[in-house]
Design a protein around this ligand. Structure first.
Ligand code: G6Q
Length: 575
């Protein structure tokens, strides 16, 4: 099979057929608009100047989330065609199939029902004869009862002390969601409980946490859907070994609970079923914060606030299900992303939360979007001949402004930005919030407007720099502008608005996956990582210095293994 990536990257004349997406009438009709938008009279500066209603026309609110997508290189006809494209590619029917529990995860033959995890008790949904909503609420009730006990101090450690520290051991989807959400909802935390997250198999991660906690007041949550993930199981075993230096095996049930769908392995690890909170195969790892994987979050903020978190997401679900495409926030956000990726050829999207508590949100979205849509084969198994997920990266504002924003303003690639802010601060320090928001809004304005050479000359003139000295500086101080961004605002970062914000991006990712026709709910690239290291681990652990053991790889890998073995075996001998 020819490598489609090569065709895209090097423009080689490979005779590959156009895909259904590229053949769709709206996709074809959109192409000339990209050229049109490159002309000066269609720059965003001009579009704003010519239409005072642009912001009003290109912004909307749903589930407590406000989206301004007016600072994109789009206009009415483009937007219309993008929405036609969504319709032609079956976004509405695919969406309905997902909510109805159809097995839309075709490569794993599973339903995709994270939306059922936040449906109210009164909702109805059955899957393979099981009452999904009843099962979900049964687990939520168990989580709530457990959380209440821990939070009230009724659940005590082996010495009778209440729990003070909670250590979530998990990785990927079993770590990023709870960690991101716990950080985001910091002001809602129970005063006695400190939350820790251990994911990396690098023992430094666990060791640092173990140094900061006391065994008799620490609760470990081993969070692993499969309970086979090497990093998590090794970290959990090391945590248990550490714990048993202070306590007896009989004390384990007070200090170790599990979240998993694999009860046999949980039992084998030594955790009783009554200390295990289940999840189902129709919950993808990166969509699992709403399930028992959210236990750390529920412990931190309490069952009532966790219910608000679910309710916020559910409100966004209802909006996504029922709003017409032209007023449907996830569809609009996804469509603008498709325009930037497939027509303006932007290969990255930067996430800039102007809120310190959303520190881990870029990493969370990185997994959500890149793991879901980082694919180059369509659902039909054929190579796709267009770009799919952009690279998602970013950091909190205003820090990013003092670092990589240089590239965003003046770099050779155009990187769209999603600015995210809460209008109310989550602190009481005067003056900070105005600074923060001013920075957020002025960055998107500067990206859109840019600065012309004449404007630079005027500025230089005011600073007393003229003539050749000024002309030498002009190209460096000119900003092209016309660089796209979205701004997403919530009134305050609460459990409900955080839930809605996450659900917005989940559905955006879903819509883009449908348009790109990729299998958004599998992750074979991640699965590969889970098996690749196994062979080398065995080779690294081999103490005899016989190079032939690791000769099965290429010379680079063999050489790296040999170097590591030499150091590790010396270290083992000196211990
Ligand atoms: C998420 C991925 C992946 C997964 C981790 C942890 O969608 O599948 O990030 O969550 O690999 O898997 P376990 O929960 O099974 O340990």
């Amino acid at each position: 099979m020819p490598d489609p990536t090569a065709a895209r990257l090097f423009d080689t004349p490979m005779p590959l057929p156009l895909s259904a997406l590229q053949n769709s009438p709206s996709f074809k009709a959109l192409q000339p608009h990209a050229e049109r938008m490159a002309q000066a009279q269609h720059s965003m500066r001009t579009l704003f100047a010519n239409n005072p209603r642009r912001f009003a026309e290109m912004s909307l609110e749903a589930a407590g989330v406000f989206l301004d997508y007016s600072k994109n290189r789009i206009d009415g006809p483009i937007l219309q065609l993008l929405l036609d494209l969504a319709r032609e590619r079956g976004v509405e029917s695919q969406r309905d199939a997902m909510f109805a529990g159809e097995k839309i995860n075709r490569t794993e033959h599973r339903a995709v029902l994270h939306t059922a995890l936040r449906a109210p008790r009164s909702a109805r949904l059955s899957l393979d004869g099981q009452d999904v909503i009843a099962e979900v609420h049964q687990v939520l009730d168990r989580m709530a009862a457990f959380s209440e006990q821990v939070r009230s101090g009724g659940w005590t450690g082996y010495s009778g002390k209440p729990i003070t520290d909670i250590v979530n051991i998990g990785i990927g989807g079993s770590d990023l969601g709870p960690e991101m959400a716990c950080l985001a909802l910091r002001p809602y935390h129970h005063a006695r409980l400190r939350l820790h997250f251990v994911s990396n198999v690098d023992g430094a991660d666990l060791e640092a946490v173990l140094r900061s906690v006391q065994a008799d007041s620490t609760l470990f949550i081993v969070a692993s859907k499969t309970f086979t993930t090497t990093e998590t199981i090794l970290n959990a075993q090391s945590a248990r070994a550490w714990f048993l230096r202070f306590a007896q095996a009989a004390d384990l049930p007070k200090h170790f609970v599990a979240v998993s769908s694999n009860s046999a392995l949980v039992r084998q690890f030594g955790i009783d079923e009554e200390n295990m909170f289940p999840l189902w195969d129709w919950v993808g790892g990166r969509y699992s914060i709403w399930s028992a994987i959210g236990l750390a979050l529920m412990l931190a903020i309490g069952p009532a606030q966790f219910a608000q978190f679910l309710a916020g997401a559910h409100e966004m679900d209802r909006h996504f299900q029922h709003a017409p495409l032209a007023a449907n926030m996830p569809v609009l956000l996804a469509s603008v992303g498709i325009w930037n990726r497939n027509f303006l050829h932007c290969s990255a999207l930067s996430i800039a939360p102007y809120h310190q508590d959303l520190n881990r949100f870029p990493a969370y979205l990185q997994q959500l979007e890149m793991e879901s849509n980082g694919k180059s084969v369509g659902i039909d198994g054929q190579p796709i001949m267009y770009a799919s997920s952009p690279v998602i990266w970013g950091d909190c504002g205003t820090n990013g402004q003092h670092a990589y924003f240089q590239l965003i303003h003046q770099g050779s690639d155009i990187t769209p930005v999603d600015f995210i802010a809460a209008l109310h601060p989550s602190h009481i320090l005067p003056g900070h919030q105005e600074q923060l928001l001013a920075n957020c809004f002025s960055q998107s304005e500067a990206l859109m407007r840019g600065k012309t050479a004449d404007e630079v000359r005027t500025d230089l003139g005011h600073a007393g720099i003229a003539g050749s000295a000024a002309e030498a500086l002009v190209p460096h101080r000119t900003f092209p502008g016309n660089r796209p961004s979205n701004t997403i605002l919530v009134e305050a970062l609460t459990p409900a608005t955080l839930g809605a914000l996450i659900a917005l991006y989940e559905h955006k990712t879903f819509v883009q996956g449908v348009l790109w026709n990729v299998a958004s709910f599998d992750q074979w690239g991640v699965e590969l990582g889970k098996v690749l290291a196994k062979k080398i681990v065995a080779q690294l652990g081999h103490q005899e210095d016989t190079a032939s053991d690791c000769d099965h790889h290429d010379s680079s890998t063999n050489g790296l293994i040999a170097r590591a073995r030499a150091v590790l075996s010396k270290q083992a001998m000196s211990e």
